[in-house]
Design a protein around this ligand. Structure first.
Ligand SMILES: [Zn+2]
Length: 367
């Protein structure tokens, strides 16, 4: 099969690799599309230290079941599926039910270097990690379920209710998925702060109010849109400046949910936490239920799923796509890598200008 191999940091090559063997309780998936995650980009550059040369990455993926191992329902063959890339050892599953992402023995397909992952024509995953796609969803768009699960988990951790006024800081792929997760919960008052015009345009198409943080104080402008300070702020960037806006832009007694991982250490305005009793909540990846709920809900909004995709590129243009994202190009939404596609001359290299990368300076999904 053809696979995209990270041969060295900054370099991805199409190589011929054996189709991975499918063992008991496993499923072989013929990949339709795999999304490039912020964590893949920073793994590609070597910045986050969570990817290794020689590795085939890719954890946001969908395709069709091509074969199943012993112990798996043969009726799965031919069905469109995605998979939850977080693999939990069977003997820890019960103890960590409902918080599978905390399981000490877990690994992530697409992160663990010795597991061939989804930037390839085929990938093998445990059958229990497979989620059959809703019928309304185009198979390649099943790759959007994983980042949506990150967002659903963050919105749930923050405790968002339909009446809450919510400010989202950062409108890249995770901020965009958070807009969908808030829609799923029924929150109607949502504003997103995002610096890149193309991303603001995409967020508007998703139905969110947007503001440009360069136009003035985010706190004042957000309050203008929401009619007052936010009940909940979700920080999808995670740097000092956004945490400051999150604390200042939330009401007394409000909640700040930190999902962006822009910096390992942050300075915070402590009195806004102590004397004004705000709660800071962390959010990392997702539990199994967030993933299956994200899959079911996205099937009810296939048009919004399509809106999240900025372009689909063949293997031959993956290097250009990764290099562009690493340079902070003006890609507004998600890039899907599609094994079956033939090269589109110049399709991924035409760029009008260099934009800002306002979300995900290091990472957002934590993968
Ligand atoms: Zn991801």
């Amino acid at each position: 099969m053809k696979a995209l191999v990270l041969t060295e940091f900054g370099r991805i090559e199409v190589q011929e690799r054996p189709v991975p063997a499918v063992h008991r309780d496993q499923v072989l998936i013929e990949v339709s599309a795999t999304g490039i995650c912020g964590s893949d980009v920073h793994g590609f550059t070597g910045e986050n230290g969570r990817r290794s040369p020689g590795q085939v990455m890719g954890h946001e993926s969908a395709g069709t079941v091509a074969a199943v191992g012993d112990g798996v329902d043969p009726g799965l063959v031919g069905r469109p599926v995605t998979f939850n890339p977080v693999v939990i050892p069977d003997d820890q599953r019960q103890a960590y039910a409902g918080r599978e992402q905390h399981t000490p023995g877990r690994y992530v397909i697409g992160v663990r270097p010795d597991v061939s992952a989804a930037f390839a024509e085929y990938v093998v995953v445990p059958a229990r990690n497979v989620v059959v796609l809703p019928v309304a969803l185009a198979t390649p768009h099943g790759a959007l379920i994983e980042p949506l699960a990150v967002a659903v988990h963050a919105a749930r951790r923050a405790g968002v209710r339909p009446d809450d006024a919510v400010l989202v800081l950062g409108g890249g792929p995770i901020g965009q998925s958070i807009v969908l997760a808030l829609k799923m919960i029924g929150a109607r008052r949502v504003v997103v702060s995002e610096i890149a015009p193309a991303r603001r345009a995409l967020l508007s198409r998703l139905g969110a109010a947007v503001l440009d943080p360069q136009d003035g104080a985010v706190v004042d402008r957000s309050a203008g849109v929401l009619g007052g300070p936010a009940d909940i702020v979700i920080d999808a960037v995670g740097i000092d400046a956004t945490l400051a806006d999150a604390l200042a832009g939330s009401r007394v007694g409000g909640v700040v949910c930190l999902v962006g991982m822009g910096a390992p250490t942050l300075t915070l305005d402590a009195y806004r936490v102590s004397t004004e009793e705000r709660t800071i909540i962390g959010s990392f990846t997702y539990a199994d239920r967030d993933f299956t709920d994200a899959a079911a809900w996205l099937g009810t909004e296939p048009t919004l799923a399509a809106t999240l995709v900025t372009r689909e590129v063949p293997f031959e243009q993956a290097q250009a796509a990764f290099t562009g994202l690493a340079a902070g190009d003006d890609t507004a939404g998600k890039i899907l890598i599609r094994p079956g596609r033939s090269p589109d001359p110049g399709g991924t290299t035409k760029r009008s200008r260099v934009g800002h990368r306002s979300e995900d300076p290091l990472d957002t999904s934590g993968m």
